[in-house]
Ligand binder design. Structure first.
Ligand SMILES: [Zn+2]
Length: 138
């Protein structure tokens, strides 16, 4: 997906991809700016261009099935390892707690979409908890 914006200096239309994160976009006239897809201001006076970009060669059916089989095998291995060693559960729980701790510590660095996935359920739970406490008090 592309975004089309007019150059601030010469007014020429500049077209740039939105799926590559924050990139520096420059016009033929020399004007350049940082295009951050997470910045709402970027979409002001802009139009979205949905025409597909240069296409990558399509993977063959053989490549698709091979990657699919590999993924299934890796998931199967993970599941069997967890099932065989029930004593492993403690380590898995501890690892999950550490993962959550690191995730919270690095909260600022996560993309907005990932933050929303966690923040929205957390807010809903918070509101429910507040409602529950208030209903007990009244
Ligand atoms: Zn320009």
């Amino acid at each position: 997906m592309y975004l089309v914006k007019s150059c601030r200096i010469c007014g020429k239309k500049i077209r740039f991809p939105l799926d590559r994160g924050a990139i520096r976009v420059s016009c033929d006239c020399g004007y350049s700016f940082l295009a951050d897809p997470d910045d709402r201001a970027l979409y002001i006076d802009a139009t979205i261009d949905l025409t597909p970009g240069p296409k990558e060669p399509r993977p063959s059916l053989r490549e698709i099935t091979d990657t699919l089989i590999q993924r299934i095998k890796s998931v199967k291995d993970k599941i069997s390892v967890q099932c065989i060693n029930p004593g492993n559960t403690k380590q898995i729980v501890i690892r999950r707690i550490y993962d959550a701790k690191y995730w919270i510590q690095n909260y600022r660095l996560h993309p907005d979409s990932e933050k929303r996935k966690v923040l929205i359920p957390f807010c809903v739970l918070l509101v429910l908890a507040v409602c529950l406490i208030l209903s007990r008090l009244l």
